[in-house]
Design a protein around this ligand. Sequence first.
Ligand code: SF4
Length: 280
Amino acid sequence: MPIDILTITKHDRNIFQGKYIYPVVSRRAGGLSLGINLNTNSACNWQCIYCEVPNLVRGKPEPINLQELENELDYWLDQIINQSFLSQYTKSQTEFKDIAFSGNGEPTASKQFKDVVGILIKKISEYRLDQKITIRLITNGSYMSNIVIQESLSLIRNINREIWFKIDSVNKADIRTVNQVNLSLVTIKKNLEAALNNSPTIIQTCFFKLNEKLPSSESLGEYINFLKPYENKIKGIHLYSLARLSEQPSKNKLRRLTKSELEVIASKIKVLKIPVYIFS
Ligand code: SF4
């Protein structure tokens, strides 16, 4: 294994060999995160123009080798819990924070999502992690109201869990440009409500300059009005900008927002009774 120390900027999922499971130090998780990638073919049902997944294609995940995934998860949990992985590969005092569904595409698109959740529960119990870490589902939310996804998440109701639900905009035209999907407000509502009724939910929103233009105040107003009815149920909003270069071909020019630009946007969103966290 290489001797690189994992940091919040050293995010290469290929530092360690493995198909499904990879360790990263995550700013937003606040420590070491064990990622689960169910989209090994880099297929997603969305195609966000800022997406950092190289060679992203539209589609569904390929079939998962569940035994291989379980073996990898076992290997990494053993490294972190029983061996010296944290002290060897991360800065001192880095804590193991979460196991996150965060792959090269939308994880809930996998037909085997529920099977993987079953494996996760088994391993969390074996390593006695139930009260120590959080299970995070990082999702674009598009399958959230699907009954199998709801059942899968209900399986982990006794474990700390969070859904990080992507909403970059609720303006139809902006969604078409940014996420490159056709999505109605009714659908976003249905999926968001399914998430909120199931698990503590954080909204994750990526803002950036598009062809040198900031998100319009009209679009921001729509976003605020949309979230208003849910302000007592949403656990938080994560505002962030482009951490790395987009891997998607586009004729649009994307530019990262500075911390102060994000703060100006956050100050507007703070009319909502939802904690807003900036990651710049
Ligand atoms: S939803 Fe996530 S993985 Fe899919 S295209 Fe958007 S940023 Fe990439």
